[in-house]
Design a protein around this ligand. Structure first.
Ligand code: GTP
Ligand code: MG
Length: 351
C-alpha cells in the first residue's frame, strides 16, 4: 500500500463522510427504526451525496431488508455496514456502459469522408512497444482540473522513478501554456511548448521527438478544454491522436478529467466525451471540495468507466491512485465518533 494513502483518502473525503455518516447519526442517533419515512430520509441522504438515484434506491432496499432481519430496528453501524458493502459491490462489479470506441474507427471514418481518393493513408502501426514513451492524453471540459491533474500525475510518476515530459497541447486559451510551464517547473519536469495559437498536433509531434531523443518514459499531453461540438472535439483530438499513433505505433492512453463538484452535470459531460472519443479512464477532481464524493458510485453505475485517479486538493501531492477499499473506508469514517485522517499503516502521518 502507498504510504499514507488511506489518510489522504480520509482527509480528502471528509466532507462527504461527514455529510453521510454525520447526517445519519444526527437524524437517527445510534439506532435506526424501520419506518417508511426513515427509508425515504436515507434514500435522500444517499442522493444528496450524489450516489445517483439507481444506487440510492437499491441500497435503501437492502437497508430495509436488513432492518426487517433485525426485527425492525438496527444500529447505525449495521446500517452503515449495508451501505458500505453495497457501495463496494457497485464499484467492484461495474462494467462499461458506453460503447467503447477506438481512435482507429473514428479517425479512419473521418479520413475516408475527407479524402475519398487518397490511398489508405493511415500511418503504419508498428510493433514499437517499449521503444517509445507511454503517451497519456488528458482531456475534459474547461476548468475541470486537467492542467493541475497533469502536474500531480507527473509528480506521482516522477516519484516512481519515471522520466516524465509534459506537452502544452492547450494552445487555445491564453496563458494555458504558461500555466503548464509553471507547474512543470514546480514538479521538476520539462515541458515542450510552442505558445498560444500553435497547432496542438505540432506541439505533440515536437514533444514526442524530444521524448524519444531524451529517452523519456512518459509524455503527458494537456489539451484545450472547450467542447463546442463532438465534431470539433474529434477533429482536434483526433489529429493529435493520429500524430501519436504515427510516431509511436500506439494510440494514446486517454484520461478524462471530471470535476467532482459538478455532480450529475459532470456525469453528462463525461458521457459526451466517452461517446465521442476513446476514454480509458477518469481522473475525478476536487473530491476534497465537495460533500458529494458519492459521484464515484454514480459514475460506476451509469457510465461504468474506471476511475483511475482522484484529485483531493490543489497541491501536487493531492492526487491518489483510485483504490476501492481505501475509498470505501474513507467514505464511512465517523468523524463525530473520533474518526481520524491518520493512516493506520503510517502512524507518523505523511500527510
Ligand atoms: N480543491 C481542489 N481544487 C482543484 C483540484 N483540481 C483542480 N483544482 C482547481 O481547479 C481549478 C481549475 O484547474 P485547472 O487545472 O486549471 O483546470 P483545466 O481543466 O486545466 O482548465 P482549462 O485549462 O481552463 O480548461 C484550479 O483553481 C485548480 O486549483 C482538486 O483536486 N481539488
Ligand atoms: Mg488547463
Amino acid at each position: 500500500m502507498i504510504k499514507g494513502a488511506l489518510g489522504r483518502f480520509r482527509k480528502g473525503l471528509r466532507k462527504t463522510s461527514e455529510g453521510m455518516v454525520g447526517g445519519l447519526r444526527s437524524m437517527f442517533g445510534r439506532s435506526i427504526k424501520l419506518e417508511p419515512e426513515t427509508l425515504d430520509q436515507i434514500e435522500e441522504l444517499l442522493i444528496s451525496a450524489d450516489m445517483g438515484v439507481k444506487s440510492a434506491v437499491s441500497i435503501t432496499s437492502n437497508i430495509e431488508k436488513r432492518l426487517k432481519e433485525e426485527g425492525g430496528e438496527a444500529t447505525l453501524e449495521s446500517v452503515l455496514e449495508v451501505i458500505r458493502a453495497d457501495v463496494k459491490r457497485i464499484l467492484v462489479t461495474s462494467t462499461p456502459r458506453v460503447k467503447p470506441l477506438t481512435w482507429d474507427e473514428e479517425v479512419g471514418k473521418k479520413k475516408k469522408k475527407k479524402n475519398k481518393k487518397s490511398a489508405p493513408g493511415e500511418p503504419p502501426v508498428e510493433a514499437a512497444a517499449g521503444e517509445f514513451p507511454r503517451v497519456i492524453f488528458v482531456v475534459g471540459v474547461n476548468g475541470s482540473g486537467k492542467t493541475t491533474s497533469i502536474a500531480k500525475l507527473a509528480h506521482l510518476l516522477k516519484g516512481e522513478g519515471q522520466d516524465v515530459l509534459l506537452a502544452a497541447g492547450d494552445t487555445f486559451r491564453a496563458a494555458a501554456v504558461e500555466q503548464l510551464e509553471i507547474w512543470a517547473d514546480r514538479v521538476g519536469v520539462d515541458c515542450i511548448s510552442q505558445g498560444t495559437g500553435a497547432d496542438p498536433a505540432a506541439v505533440v509531434y515536437d514533444a514526442l521527438n524530444a521524448a524519444e531523443a531524451r529517452g523519456m518514459d512518459t509524455v503527458i499531453v494537456d489539451t484545450a478544454g472547450r467542447l463546442h461540438t463532438k465534431t470539433n472535439l474529434m477533429d482536434e483530438l483526433g489529429k493529435m491522436a493520429r500524430v501519436i499513433r504515427k510516431k509511436t505505433g500506439r494510440d494514446p492512453e486517454t484520461l478524462l478529467v471530471v470535476d467532482g463538484i459538478t455532480g450529475q452535470n459532470g456525469l453528462t459531460q463525461a458521457r459526451v466525451f466517452a461517446e465521442t472519443i476513446p476514454v480509458e479512464g477518469l481522473i475525478l477532481t476536487k473530491l476534497d471540495g465537495t460533500a458529494k464524493g458519492g459521484i464515484v458510485v454514480a459514475i460506476a453505475e451509469t457510465l461504468g468507466l474506471a476511475v483511475r485517479y482522484v484529485g483531493m486538493g490543489e497541491k501536487v501531492e493531492d492526487l491518489a491512485v483510485f483504490d476501492v477499499d481505501l475509498f470505501v473506508d474513507a467514505l464511512f469514517v465517523d468523524w463525530s465518533a473520533g474518526g481520524s485522517a491518520e493512516d493506520p499503516a503510517d502512524p507518523a502521518g505523511s500527510n
